[in-house]
Ligand binder design. Structure first.
Ligand code: ATP
Length: 235
């Protein structure tokens, strides 16, 4: 479904991605783990068109999307939930969700997706008339995911959905990620919480200083001494 081939990305003179290649197959949950500053967010931004790669290619369903406008990429079926939620604080929950569907025209399908999102996140339904800025961190994360789903993506890019959430909420968010996947949405998940990420993912890539240093089945990486030492707290 998605193939990233030898991608190089620079911020000025600083090279953030150094020949990154990876693949996401239809129906999978693939996770990208790595320390702060390794380049995980940069990779998601490059896939969703917020940053242009200097070299390399990104193929989505066989066609190159590298360097295309973010709006074009959303229309093709890729939605990005950025790090730090970024909901529109002065708009209601419902208005935030409506914005997620702004490129779509079919009112009936949009209505169906509202229902799906409210079913997935009953809390958002309860708070639909409330300003997004008044929601808790966990609710804002739910809203950010819900907003991305309103674009009806086939591939969902999630950047650190568990960041700053209490352990119980982290569990809820991961359960919902699995549920979204079970309805047929393919997921590329960036996480610092390697434990949780590996527990829901099919496959994983480890990224260090802009390079993929390890990849494999999530359960294999879970058992790898190298990963345990660096990312799983040595257990
Ligand atoms: P984090 O979890 O902190 O977001 P990350 O793995 O997602 O980490 P990136 O945010 O992709 O890492 O950053 C990769 C590298 O690029 C880092 O060295 C970072 O300092 C640098 N970088 C990121 N954004 C910019 C920017 N806008 N300008 C310059 N350098 C940047």
């Amino acid at each position: 479904m998605l193939k990233v081939e030898n991608v190089n990305v620079f911020y000025g003179n600083i090279q953030a991605l150094k020949g990154v290649s990876l693949e996401v197959k239809e129906g999978e949950i693939v996770t990208l783990i790595g320390a702060n500053g390794a380049g995980k967010s940069t990779l998601l931004k490059t896939i969703s068109g917020l940053i242009k790669p200097k070299q390399g290619d990104i193929l989505y369903e066989g066609q190159s999307i590298a360097g295309k406008a973010a709006q074009t990429i959303v229309k093709r079926g890729i939605s990005h939930v950025p790090e730090g939620r970024r909901v529109f604080a002065n708009m209601t929950v419902e208005e935030n969700l409506e914005l997620g569907a702004f490129l779509r025209k079919n009112k009936q399908e949009i209505q169906q997706d509202f229902e799906k999102v409210y079913h997935l996140f009953p809390r958002l339904y309860e708070r639909r008339k409330q300003l997004a800025g008044t929601l808790s961190g966990g609710e804002q994360q739910m809203l950010a995911i819900g907003r991305a789903l309103m674009a009806r993506p086939r591939l969902l890019l999630l950047d650190e959905p568990s960041m700053g959430l209490a352990p119980l909420l982290v569990k809820t968010i991961f359960r919902i990620i699995e549920e979204i996947n079970s309805f047929g949405t393919t997921i590329l998940l960036v996480e610092q919480n390697a434990n949780m990420a590996l527990s829901v993912a099919d496959r994983a890539y480890v990224i260090e200083s802009g390079r993929v240093v390890l990849s494999g089945l999530a359960e294999e990486l879970n058992d790898s001494e190298q990963v345990k030492k660096a990312y799983l707290g040595g257990h």
